[in-house]
Design a protein around this ligand. Structure first.
Ligand code: UDX
Length: 440
């Protein structure tokens, strides 16, 4: 099929490239000329393993094109994907900002031909498909077109794998034709027995939020259980394993940490809370998850301060990891963005290192006085203690003996349980972690 994908951010670029890899002919469209120029030269503006090769292969095979020209990009498209951002609204109510999605609807309306198929891949509140139909119909009275919802379930850092080997595909359609188009589109995956669930549009829109909110709930739950473990001398890793052996719970998304971040869980839980409030059906559990996660990021500051005897003033603290999780350069809502300013404000001298997120962190923390280090060795040098915030493999394999020689004090606060307490103790570290007994 010939497809157009509008928006070349995380979702649009990965989806467009993977659709091409499945054999479709895809034109990715973006108004950002510099981004399109980078993509045309084979550059990838996001940190995503295996994506660059996939883009280059499919562009070379003329299955993948990039343009800023909307009319040209839409020409002959059998399905038009809207994959632009829906950030948290700046109006402070927590809902999604749909202005980019609505702008695309207005931009494409003049170019649409009868029987156009418009697929919303951006994460949008229930009712957005209906609203988009209204916008386009107002601009093009009498136009015959299909609205479709097709939410994505891509994790940053493994988005290509999540697209090509999904647990399921969910799409909401209005007519048999919309259904037939989506079945043809995803045939290369359904032929490999990937379930394709076809619902109505509101159900597909809400399922995306429900799935993300539930995953966030699992994380917030295990994080609170980790706190209880610390107070009861229990071991959260064993507890999570014991819970997860129940097939109804499962092992995934029960790794305790400093609180969830990223561009989705914080945004989508807030948006779901607002959607529910607007429909007078409050999601109290999701509200509690949001509050618990926000409180946790603040609690991590106290945890670090306690590890340094109650005060970090004058202490040189090495912060290992700035990205919201390993295998991404994305720092949006990262626990580090809450921790660093608090440590600096309390008088610590903070030196930071991340294998991939330094540039994005410098942009996000541009006014913060910290020392930006280029390596693990540099960030540990002369430190009175170290804090692991992101679970990069480089930190999981930390050479504790070498680290000890570089640091002034062997204090390690491990907010991702990257190290084992035994190894830390054997290396002579005062070790604090999540949901496990500390070793002084
Ligand atoms: C998430 C959803 O997983 C994905 O399906 C959706 O499409 C987009 O949002 P993403 O935000 O990229 O993906 O990352 P994810 O791997 O889900 O992690 C989100 C946050 O939860 C990170 O801060 C991560 O560190 C944290 N997390 C995740 C935990 O703290 N513990 C876990 O066990 C899993």
């Amino acid at each position: 099929m010939k497809l157009a994908v509008i928006g070349t951010g995380y979702v649009g670029l990965v989806s467009g490239t993977c659709f091409a890899a499945l054999g479709h002919e895809v034109t990715c469209i973006d108004r950002d000329a510099s981004k399109i120029a980078t993509l045309k030269q084979g550059g990838i503006p996001i940190y995503e393993d295996s994506l660059q090769q996939l883009v280059q292969e499919n562009a070379a095979a003329s299955r993948l094109h990039f343009t800023t020209d909307l009319a040209a990009g839409l020409e002959g498209a059998e399905a038009i994907f809207i994959a632009v951002g829906t950030p948290v609204s700046a109006l402070g109510h927590g809902g999604a900002d749909l202005s980019y999605v609505y702008a695309v609807a207005r931009d494409i309306a003049p170019h649409l031909k009868d029987d156009a198929v418009i697929v919303v891949k951006s994460t949008v509140p229930v009712g957005t498909g209906k609203r988009l139909r209204e916008i386009i119909s107002e601009l093009r009275p009498g136009l015959r077109f299909e609205m479709v919802s097709n939410p994505e379930f891509l994790r940053e850092g493994c988005a290509v794998k999540d697209f090509m080997e999904p647990d399921r595909i969910i799409t909401g359609t209005e007519t048999a034709r919309g259904k037939a188009v989506m079945e043809a589109l995803y045939a290369p995956l359904t032929r490999q027995n990937v379930p394709l669930l076809i619902t109505d549009i509101p159900t597909a829109e809400l399922t995306k939020y429900a799935a993300n909110a539930f995953l966030a709930t699992k994380i917030a739950f295990i994080n609170e259980m980790a706190d209880v473990c610390e107070q009861t001398n229990a071991d959260v890793a064993m507890l999570a394993h014991g819970m997860g052996l129940d097939h109804r719970i499962g092992q995934d998304f029960l790794a305790p940490g400093p609180g969830f971040g990223g561009s989705c869980f914080p945004k989508d839980t807030l948006a779901l809370k607002k959607i529910a409030q607007e429909h007078k059906s409050p999601v109290r559990i999701v509200e509690a998850v949001i509050a618990a996660n926000d409180a946790r990021k603040i609690h991590m500051v106290t945890k670090v301060r306690d590890a340094f005897g109650g005060s970090v003033t004058g202490k040189k603290i090495a912060v290992l990891g700035l990205a919201f999780k390993a295998n991404t350069s994305d720092v949006r809502e990262s626990a580090a963005l809450a921790l660093l300013p608090a440590l600096v404000e309390q008088g610590a001298h903070v030196q930071v290192y991340d294998p991939a997120a330094m540039e994005e962190a410098k942009h996000a923390l541009s006014t913060l006085e910290v020392q930006w280090c280029q390596s693990l060795a540099e960030v540990l040098q002369g430190a009175d203690g170290a804090v692991i915030v992101t679970e990069w493999p480089e930190f999981r394999q930390l050479d504790l003996a070498a680290a000890k020689t570089q640091m002034v004090q062997p204090v390690l606060v491990d907010l991702r349980n990257c190290i084992t307490p035994d190894a830390a103790k054997a290396a002579g570290f005062t070790y604090h972690s999540i949901g496990r007994a500390s070793s002084a």
